[in-house]
Design a protein around this ligand. Structure first.
Ligand code: AMP
Length: 123
């Protein structure tokens, strides 16, 4: 599958559509999710063209992975959820429910988030 240059996060990175920017470093950008599902719901995306977690962690250079990871930790701390706890979610592909085909991690917290998944069969 090829990277889609017209996905919404690619447009945010090019400045073609706005975002509620939270933080940024050389390798990643963080902004508020447009439909928050928790008091803190921040998306962290790499600045490079990576479709998913599979793509990113198998092909990104180590310094990009380090910069991306550092920004996740920073926004969680700055949002005040590091002590109380938070959840990181990275949806990959159809079964994972990924909607936007540019790799992103959801940083969610600010209230008890409940079970990891809605109840359903394990198999
Ligand atoms: P996922 O299902 O993991 O691909 O999540 C995509 C997320 O992107 C959803 O939580 C959407 O609410 C969010 N989203 C889509 N468009 C925008 C946008 N323009 N700005 C901020 N968040 C967005």
């Amino acid at each position: 599958m090829a990277y889609d240059n017209n996905n919404v996060f690619a447009k945010i990175l090019r400045g073609e559509i706005p975002c509620a920017r939270v933080a940024e470093n050389d390798h990643a950008l963080a902004f508020n999710d447009i439909h928050p599902q928790a008091p803190v719901h921040i998306l962290v995306i790499p600045k490079g063209r990576y479709i998913s977690s599979d793509d990113f962690y198998s092909s990104a250079p180590a310094e990009e992975i380090a910069g991306f990871s550092a920004l996740i930790a920073r926004v969680a701390r700055d949002a005040g959820v590091a002590d109380g706890g938070y959840r990181l979610i990275a949806n990959h592909g159809a079964d994972g429910g990924q909607e936007v085909p540019h790799f992103h991690v959801h940083v969610m917290g600010g209230r008890p988030l409940g079970p990891m998944l809605s109840r359903g069969p394990a198999a």
